[in-house]
Design a binder for this molecule. Structure first.
Ligand SMILES: Cc1cc2nc3c(=O)[nH]c(=O)nc-3n(C[C@H](O)[C@H](O)[C@H](O)COP(=O)(O)OP(=O)(O)OC[C@H]3O[C@@H](n4cnc5c(N)ncnc54)[C@H](O)[C@@H]3O)c2cc1C
Ligand code: FES
Length: 289
């Protein structure tokens, strides 16, 4: 581990090659090296980082808290939460798929290959698969597809079949299709541009999958409309589900309570921290937004 004082990072941040003096800790601060940071379409970028092996423990649905560089020289306050898009243990890499929008993500879009990027994590509770699930339905939209994409790897590792219904405004901004396909998922893409993404049509598709016995569990992220649909169909057919929630965060590890949201558990309204209790929750407990 490097102990030189740094004006940028704390001394506990692990760089590639550092000795891990506290290997049992679950969460860490890491300084990765940018391998590439390319546009995948007009709206989204894909950053690949080479990181210390300790960071590779992240699993589907967990997130890192990113110390984004400034896009304009002025300070960027607070880290930005971001789901892990892919963990490549063989290459020692972590990937994120993101939409440059505000100051943090626009700063991130400027990262060049070879530059350092500080990430803290892995944080939160991610997706879980039950041993009796043989086929799952994944339904996501927009940047939610980045969060859902690593489920394809998790499912492939457990021999679980995946049908991924990917929703986007139009084919140009559809994401994660290749990752789901590579790992053997059946893809159904729906778009606003031809109205196939309408809730009624998605409902017809999901009902078809339920009838075929291909829906032991539902997974969703990225759209309140789709969450409501999956909740309704989950209740109707008694199919369990998980949702990955997004919420504005400050600390990212449960200390500040900024990320509280309302959930309904056993008929009672309760507040939970998205960063620490989630970001993945029982779909039926999420109240939506
Ligand atoms: C669990 C989780 C996973 C996420 N995964 C991804 C991902 O894989 N790819 C991706 O592009 N984005 C993802 N996001 C959203 C991402 O964190 C926001 O795009 C980002 O915080 C916005 O930062 P900014 O610098 O672009 O915007 P700014 O406008 O500069 O952000 C200002 C403040 O608002 C917060 N904020 C703004 N929008 C959001 C949002 N949608 N969710 C949470 N906080 C927000 C920021 O943290 C910051 O504190 C995720 C968010 C959460 C909570
Ligand atoms: S962001 Fe601080 S408790 Fe969740």
């Amino acid at each position: 581990m490097s102990f030189e004082p740094s004006d940028k990072y704390t001394n506990s941040a692990l760089r590639i090659g550092d000795t891990d003096t506290y290997p049992q800790r679950l969460v860490g601060e890491f300084v990765g090296t940018v391998v590439s940071n390319e546009w995948v379409n007009r709206e989204y970028k894909h950053v690949i980082l080479k990181v210390h092996p300790h960071a590779l423990r992240a699993y589907a649905g967990q997130m890192f808290h990113l110390l984004c560089p400034s896009p304009d020289g002025a300070e960027v306050w607070m880290r930005r939460p971001m789901s892990v898009y892919r963990v490549d243990k063989t290459a020692g890499r972590i990937e994120f798929l993101y939409k440059p929008e505000g100051r943090g993500t626009r700063g991130m879009a400027k990262l060049e290959p070879g530059s350092e990027f500080n990430i803290a994590g892995p944080l939160g509770h991610g997706f879980k698969l039950e041993p009796n699930w043989k086929n799952i339905v994944v339904l996501g939209r927009g940047v939610g597809l980045a969060t859902l994409a690593p489920l394809s790897q998790l499912a492939a590792d457990h021999g679980v079949g995946v049908t991924a219904i990917l929703s986007a405004r139009n084919p140009d901004v559809l994401m994660s299709k290749e990752m789901f396909e590579e790992l053997g998922a059946q893809i159904i893409a729906v778009f606003d541009s031809d109205n196939t993404s309408a809730v009624e049509n998605v409902e017809r598709i999901v009902e078809g999958l339920v009838a075929e016995g291909k829906a032991d569990a539902f997974f969703t992220c990225g759209s309140n409309r789709l969450l409501k649909l999956m909740q309704r169909l989950g209740k109707k057919h008694n199919i369990p589900g998980q949702v990955a929630m997004e919420q504005i965060m400050v600390c990212g590890f449960g200390a500040c309570y900024v990320c509280m949201r309302t959930f309904e558990v056993d008929g009672k309204r309760v507040l939970k921290r998205v960063c620490r209790d989630g970001p993945v929750f029982n779909m039926q407990e999420a109240v939506g937004w």
